[in-house]
Design a protein around this ligand. Sequence first.
Ligand SMILES: [Zn+2]
Length: 235
Amino acid sequence: MQQGPRNATSSKTTQVDTTSSTLLEDKNDPSIDSALLLTDLVNVQTLNPSIFVDLKYATTDNFMNMKLYDRLKNGYLQKDVAERLSKCQDYLSSIDSSLHLLIYDAVRPVSIQTKMWRALDSIPSKERGKYVSNPANKSLHNFGAAIDLTICDAKGKALDMGAEFDEFNEIAYPTMEAHFLAKGELTQQQIVNRKLLRKVMKSQGFRNLPTEWWHFNACSRNDALTKYKILDKEP
Ligand SMILES: [Zn+2]
C-alpha cells in the first residue's frame, strides 16, 4: 500500500510539562539520584534544565505498550556524556532558542534490556539486533553512554521526524532518507528536522545508528567497557 508523507507527531503528541521546575522536582527522587551517582551516572537535567525528558519506557507509550521502568523517570548518563549532551543543547539553543533536546531514553538497566529482547522473540536474533541490542553483548544504553532523543519546541511538542520513536521500519533508517524522499513517503521538512538533530549531536561526537534516527552513541562499545560501569538493574 502506498503511503503519503506522514505527520508522525499528529497522532501522538509528546506531552511534556515544561513550564517548570516543579515537574523536575516531582520527578526527582533524591534516593535514585544518589544511588546512581555511586555508579557515576548523573541526572542530565541537573546539568542542563533546558533538556527535556520523557522516558517512554517509564510509560505505556512504547513499542511494547508496557511500563518497563518502575523507578527511573529521569535521563541518567555518564557524567562526561551528560556534559557533552549539555553542550549539544547549548548549540541547539544558539541555532533556535525555542528548541530543546527531548530524551526518550538514556541509561537502561540490563534487566530491562533483557525484557525487551525477549519481547521481540518473533524476530530472528540476527535481525532483532537492529532494534534492541542483545543483552548478552551489552548495549551502550546499559552504560549510560547512548541516548534516544528528538527535538521539541518550547511546549514539548516533538518535531516531525517522519517516523515514530522505536518504529522498526526502514522509514526510520537515516540511511534510507533519500529513497523515501524520492518515493514521497518522507518530506523535505522531516529530513531537515532529522539533519538538525544529527548536526547538533555530531557537534559533540555522538554517532547516529544507521537504523534509528533517534539513537546516538557517545563512544564505542570497547571504550565504554574500559571507562564505564554497567547498570544491571534499577536502583
Ligand atoms: Zn537507543
